[in-house]
Design a protein around this ligand. Structure first.
Ligand code: NCD
Length: 317
């Protein structure tokens, strides 16, 4: 794997391989010394052209725990402000000798485009409404960790589907891993065409809830809404929010998930976000071993043995 741009580029077997590698890195995270020398000497640039808390921090920690050098590039404080083009910026970063560029950008397709301007590996950390493949992998990891497998599981994604790169990536990943995926949203927040999505649409959230293994709620993305697509937040919560009453309709064994950041009180009630079935913070924690696995897959020698050698586990150079 040279780049990670989209879940669509990976087969179910490849997804399993990354998740297996992530399990090994999760074991490393449980050790006293959490760092391995797997990517020593490699330089990774985190180029975030759009705000982020968890994705950026998680990539940063993942890269450091693999002993890579990390450079944080912020669009807000760069020469982009002086009018430098994205191409010049990427070529400048590349000229400094970097091995991987982890990129987040508000425009769909940017990670794919920059491949023409750099010989570094490119990892998509979220592009517009398009894809967020590392989120899909960490969500898949979280579900697999809990249930052992996604095969045959019924997973609903509820909320602002149309603006969601998380929905696009997760539907692809969950279905490739054998889950049955259901989308629930008001018509204004569903894509006009879901041909090519391996999912079905349901309109009645209450009818679906009792049969779910995973209830995955998405953020209402106010910043991406050109016009008012919901009548009011109150009404949205009443029809599509995971309220305390609705959480009671879910099975005691079901998982409640959200990629964060959460709008508590809109798509999810504050108490439900803290319910014992909610794994939102596990998702965050799993982001680190999953991103270690991804960085290792694009930059490492391609063999996990290398990571788990006595030299690696001892943390000795
Ligand atoms: C998501 C994103 O940025 O796409 N957040 C994340 O990466 N955890 C989802 C969102 O912003 O709603």
């Amino acid at each position: 794997m040279k780049h990670l741009l989209s879940i669509d580029d990976l087969t179910g077997d490849q997804l399993h391989d990354v998740l297996d590698l992530a399990s090994n890195f999760a074991d490393v995270q449980a050790r006293e010394v959490r760092k391995v020398p797997a990517l020593r000497g490699k330089t990774i640039v985190l180029a975030f052209f759009e705000d982020s808390t968890r994705t950026r921090t998680s990539f940063d920690l993942a890269a450091r725990r693999l002993s890579a050098d990390v450079i944080n590039f912020s669009a807000g404080s760069s020469s982009l402000k002086k009018g430098e083009s994205l191409r010049d910026t990427i070529e400048t970063i590349t000229a400094m000798g970097v091995d991987a560029i982890v990129i987040r950008h508000a425009s769909s397709g940017v990670p794919s485009t920059i491949r023409q301007w750099t010989d570094a590996a490119v990892v998509n950390a979220g592009d517009g409404w398009h894809q967020h493949p590392t989120q899909a992998l960490l969500d898949s990891f979280t579900i697999r960790e809990h249930f052992g497998s996604l095969a045959g599981k019924r997973i609903a994604l509820c909320g602002d589907i149309v603006h969601s790169r998380v929905a696009r990536s997760n539907v692809a990943a969950f279905s490739k891993l054998g889950a049955e995926v259901v989308l629930i949203a008001p018509r204004t927040l569903l894509p006009s065409n879901i041909d090519g999505w391996d999912a079905t649409i349901e309109t009645d959230l209450d009818a679906v809830l009792p049969d779910l293994d995973v209830a995955y709620f998405l953020r209402i993305q106010k910043e991406r809404m050109a016009e008012s697509l919901i009548p009011s937040e109150r009404e949205y919560r009443a029809r599509y929010g995971l309220t305390t009453e609705r959480a009671a309709m879910l099975s005691p064994e079901a998982l409640i998930m959200h990629p964060g950041p959460m709008n508590r009180g809109i798509e999810i009630d504050p108490e439900v976000a803290d319910d014992k079935r909610a794994v939102v913070l596990n998702q965050v924690a799993n982001g680190i071993p999953v991103r270690m696995a991804i960085l290792f897959s694009v930059l490492g020698p391609g063999q996990f043995d290398e990571v788990d050698s006595p030299r690696a586990s001892g943390g000795q150079p």
